[in-house]
Design a protein around this ligand. Sequence first.
Ligand SMILES: *[C@@H]1O[C@H](CO)[C@@H](O)[C@H](O)[C@H]1NC(C)=O
Ligand SMILES: *[C@@H]1O[C@H](CO)[C@@H](O)[C@H](O)[C@H]1NC(C)=O
Length: 452
Amino acid sequence: HTEAAVAMAMAFFLLAAAASAAVAGASWSPRPEGDLVTGLPGQPEVGFKHYAGYVDVGTGGDKALFYWFFEAEQEPEKKPLMLWLNGAVNLLFLEAPVGVGFSYTNKTADLGRLGDRVTAQDSYTFLLNWLAKFPEFKGRDFYIAGESYAGHYVPQLADLIYEGNKAAGRGSIINLKGFMIGNAVLNDETDQLGMVEYAWSHAIISDELHSAVTRECDSFKEEADGGRPGKGCSSAVRAFMGAFDDIDIYSIYTPTCLSPSAGSASAAPRSSRLVTAPRLFSQHEAWHMMRRAPAGYDPCTEAYVTRYFNRQDVQRALHANRTGLKYPYSPCSAVISKWNDSPATVLPVLKKLMAAGLRVWVYSGDTDGRVPVTSTRYSVNAMKLRARARSGWRAWFYRQQVAGWAVEYEEGLTLVTVRGAGHQVPLFAPDRSLAMLYHFLRGQPLPAAAPR
Ligand SMILES: *[C@@H]1O[C@H](CO)[C@@H](O)[C@H](O)[C@H]1NC(C)=O
Ligand SMILES: *[C@@H]1O[C@H](CO)[C@@H](O)[C@H](O)[C@H]1NC(C)=O
């Protein structure tokens, strides 16, 4: 039961946000009842329907992405739709690209072609085909959210939708309104510098190591911008990574999972961790040896989830693994070994989409050491946006406590921190995440003072 609860908690935390912005009712059409999830082992009684299964992105079922869709608890026919990548509203979870989770391809060669471009294209095809499966959501207000490397996936997919809409007929427009990205990989140079500054300012590395890394690696400046990393950069980076050996880099103040009975999630091969690693760090073997998986408030969460999704009865209930994959379910794909394209920055895409009028929220759990709040601040600052004169950098509140800090920019971006939350913010701070999501969907500023 706990396993199921933990697994589903990841998806459930947002559901109460159903009270959000209503949208004029589209017609209510039948659902793909074959995808309706019934009898999920350990599932508590719930007041909403959920669907899971595959949407083809190839031909004849040889390539397909796995989704899990949660209908809003009340009046789903009036609620917007949100796509969550990596992992309210009507909430749609997607495992992408192929090779991740239950998403698959029959052609091994596809796995060697993966990169940002293929991921965005397949996710776009997924979305068009998913909307054909759930036609009443066509034209519904639509949002995308995601975390970590989804700092690339989300804006890149938003860009494809934006461009696709220009070519689409009136009836096939995806009504994209905005997106939210958390602890997001945005801009390699500032992301990496921010990581080192964070480790130093949180007393994880010494003064000497701090100056060695910044000096030897020329503050991670891109070579195209005149960066000249020295010979000592590699070994300084290796020493830097070693500083996180015995703590959870994704949540620096929580304990690590020590329970052997939780099953060693950390024994899974970590080769694909490179996908979330800034380029310079990921070149080092030591990076891939960092076997610490991201963990929630219960540091063994990932181990439970892994065990739960590997159960055959669970997979059957979710209509997952229909091709009998040759490898187990893993929270971090071990079958993707090559990533062909990853731009050093997505800031130009963010700027373009803000100029197009999309609502963009960038949030950060401020106890993450992996894509820390310093990285996010440096990266957002690199866009040189204009802070709204009246608000500025300010605290935001939840239940009379400071929930974090926020700043709104004239160009249409809001930066929000979540105090004391690690890398996957909703896992650490579900109530405050919900409050944040609620304001995002309504396009309202976060509460600026404790209600008296
Ligand atoms: C994909 O592979 C599975 C398992 O080997 C097989 O059952 C299925 O028919 C294949 N599908 C296609 C379209 O090749
Ligand atoms: C898929 O099912 C097979 C058994 O049919 C199992 O061995 C494998 O671990 C499963 N893979 C995933 C990704 O769930």
